[in-house]
Write a protein that binds this ligand. Structure first.
Ligand code: NAD
Ligand code: ISE
Length: 335
């Protein structure tokens, strides 16, 4: 039987994941949806035969035909939903960030350990992007030698009204925290955040852009330009500089046109476009692993480590200077 998924949060990401599971993913069905906005939940449920609509995550988890949970509510709501899923011992795909700060991420990490087995895949979908996967595979061959530096650029067209300066780190740079750890296989040990004069296009009081530097326990540096009101497009680029060469992704040169004395291409406008294949792969991999009774992909440990890095980053943004990342010892469950 297909995996019955309860989708919690039917906003932009949640509604897109409902569409994906319904139309793209094989071996799964949307059995229930949840939103604090009852009308939104009902409208999304109406698109899928037999899907029930709820306002309470616990009610959805207990609903008939629900075998797994996809959490796509805002970050601050993730902890409660994760703990409820653990109570029902249900497998979870949790959108990033696991939680917005290290203390709450640690509570989730401890709760999963009490359960005694891994249940969570965190939605760091860049790991499933074909370009990032190629970069990871190239690094693994060792041909380029040891990675010395990773340069990341992360640009959004415009930030939503509720976005704060610290969210550039905890919500956006969270992806680079994961990408740096995953690509290099290092832990991030310290964070520094530099603050150029904000763009005139940034909403009042928003520190945008920011320049973030991660130091790693493998002796590498990873820098991130985060610019969430760049205006022109959605761009995520990465270049790794190694001892014997460099490699870069995200230039978006899949289609180049020449016309009227100019050459060029188009730039994606948001993540749903740039990372469509990554989301498709992420959800399919989760469904396939769950049906085999396995948990793969970014773990609760990865979610916790990213949260701890971001928390150090937010302190570095607020206080200036270099802030060290404090991690608990990695539990055996995540060895
Ligand atoms: P959104 O605001 O569009 O949607 C959130 C929805 O959750 C809303 O419908 C809201 O009513 C509902 N909600 C709020 N509190 C809830 C609760 N306690 N229980 C159930 N529903 C609740 O937000 P979004 O952009 O869809 O983001 C959702 C999640 O996805 C966030 O964790 C965000 O960081 C993540 N996200 C990930 C990516 C990615 O690239 N992987 C991109 C965007 C957003
Ligand atoms: C958003 O939540 C995402 O996860 C996007 O991938 C990222 O580009 C954006 O900055 C975040 O706000």
């Amino acid at each position: 039987a297909p995996l019955g998924v309860a989708v919690i949060g039917t906003g932009r990401m949640g509604a897109d994941h409902v569409r994906r599971i319904h139309e793209v993913t094989s071996g799964a069905r949307v059995a229930a949806v949840v939103d604090v906005d009852a009308e939104r939940a009902k409208a999304v449920a109406a698109r899928v035969d037999g899907c029930t609509a709820h306002t309470d995550p616990a009610a959805a988890m207990a609903a008939p035909g629900v075998d797994a949970v996809l959490i796509a509510s805002p970050g601050p709501a993730h902890e409660a939903a994760l703990l409820a899923a653990f109570e029902h011992d249900l497998p979870v795909l949790c959108e990033k960030p696991l939680t917005p700060d290290a203390a709450s991420a640690l509570r989730v990490l401890e709760a999963e350990q009490r359960l005694g087995h891994r249940r969570v895949q965190v939605g760091f979908m860049r790991r499933y992007d074909p370009e990032y996967a190629k970069l990871k595979a190239l690094l693994a061959t060792g041909q380029l030698g040891r990675p010395l530096m990773l340069h990341n650029r992360h640009r959004n067209v415009a930030s939503p009204p509720f976005f704060t300066s610290s969210m550039l780190i905890s919500d956006s740079v969270a992806h680079e925290a994961d990408v740096t750890r995953w690509l290099l296989g290092h832990e991030i040990t310290a964070v520094t955040v530099l603050r150029p004069t904000p763009s005139a296009s940034a909403p009042d009081a928003l520190q945008d852009p920011q320049f973030v530097v991660f130091e790693t326990d493998g002796g590498a540096l990873s820098d991130v330009e985060i610019f969430v009101n760049c205006g022109f497009g959605y761009q995520v680029q990465a270049e790794v500089v190694c001892e014997r060469g460099t490699a870069r992704i995200g230039d978006g040169h899949a289609l180049v046109t020449n016309m009227a004395g100019r050459w060029g291409g188009t730039i994606a406008q948001d993540w749903t476009e740039r990372f469509e294949t990554a989301y498709d792969q992420e959800i399919q991999t989760w469904v396939d692993a769950t049906r085999r009774g396995e948990v793969t992909g970014p773990s609760t440990w990865d979610g916790y480590a990213a949260a701890a890095v971001c928390e150090a980053g937010v302190r570095a943004l607020e206080d200036g200077g270099r802030v060290e990342v404090e991690l608990v010892e990695r539990p055996a469950l995540y060895a």
